[in-house]
Design a binder for this molecule. Sequence first.
Ligand code: CS2
Length: 507
Amino acid sequence: MTAASTPPLSAATPGILRRPAAPAAGIVHLGLGNFHRAHQAVYTDAAITANGGDWGTIGVASRSSAIPDAMHAQDMLYTVVEISPEGSRFTVPQVHTDAFTAAGNPGRVITSIGDAGTRIVSLTVTENGYNYTPATGSLNLRDPAIRHDLEHASAPQTPIGQIVRGLQHRARTHSEPVTILSCDNLADNGHHTQRLVREFASLLPAAEAAETLAWIDTHTSFPSSMVDRIVPATTDHYRSLVSAQRGYADRIPVPAEPFTMWVVEDNFIAGRPAWEAGGAVFSNEVAGYEQLKVRLLNGTHSLIAYLGALSGAVTIPDSVAQTHIELAARHVLRNEYLPSVAVPAGVDVDAYEEQLFSRWRNSALGHRTSQVGSDGSVKLRQRIPQPALKMLDDGGMPQFLALTAAAYLACIAPLRGFTPGPQADAMEDPARDLLARLAAQSRTGHELARKVLGDHHLLGEELAERDDFIERTGQYVDTIRSAGPLAAIAEASTTSERPHATIRSTP
Ligand code: CS2
């Protein structure tokens, strides 16, 4: 069958439909990207298959209509392609009942969140989608979109604005409670979201603010959750793979690693799907799992992405295959991130570390360093400060955390005369313009680190006071510029007081 003659994926595709009728919608999900479609949607699919329930999902994309359009053209279906070096596995979740963009349908977002049938509003909007100031953790009131949403009730542009306007609609029309469930890589993501939602509500005109806050406090819950699955961007390679191996054309397949994990706090004020049917774990130790994941996985991932990009590695497996980068990754994970984590009971850290390295080595997945390195100004704020401060307070110097910050600056804010390479150039970052201006005003790594981490608090107010950490970061920026990332890793290894990491297993 040629690509042109391959029929499109639809409800009529032989062998696809497992359920005669779609369940009614009970979930509104903000952020219809690849992660949601390969993670929560797969768990919801398993829950509905095992237990039924009106847990269909209305998917709301932010601006681009590419995914909603393709979903409508494909009867709300798409393929999850599990990729491992051993081969591929294909599944087609059947949970979405509608899909649209928030930008094109702001009123519909409000009425969907406000609908009495909606019992969960979930979010995967990335760290950058919460419109907060990383340095303070509060809503970014300089952000024109937040200001717009505070001033205009009917067409909110930000997820936090959409949630509050949707909750106000509920308060006006009925009294059914609803759970707001963050599925983003933010420490304590339930409380973080609740804080931002309450802060937004408190900034409304006084009487409206009081009424909205009172309703929120009695009709909502905000469980925390730890989400984990490596989900790269879709490429034509995956489209061809699906058409060659499944015999249908899918415009929006989602590649994903076989590993998947979801640990959720069981605090759902209006019920929830039986997500345990898909392997979700309900636990009151979510904070420990979040710390473990956001620091050991995401924090180390950032180091691998920035050092890799600076060494010319296009993908995470290419990066971690370089011995010096693997050593740096093992060092930062074990000696600098791990001591700050309250490891949940029953987790075997050695096995967790080995599993991470084997996931990162999944070369079939093609996870790009530029994807993991994007949005560092928001992501690193979640990953670096607490572990770094703990080590500094204990009298040590987190050499590899400083190196992570330096490698980030070398990629996003290169000093004059330094070219970080195409992978770094491809990284997106909301702070890119600001950092480029600061780099243009700096002659040395120290000046740059002083401006970014000190004056602009990129890694929070407490690290902004730590001259020793800022000094180290600046030193590594200079070493990367003059001698390259390998020399900076060697310098960090020799200056570190902690035992040197060793490579304990080979691919
Ligand atoms: C990555 C994550 O882009 C990043 O910063 O660290 O997207 C990571 O792949 C996922 O959190 C894995 O669950």
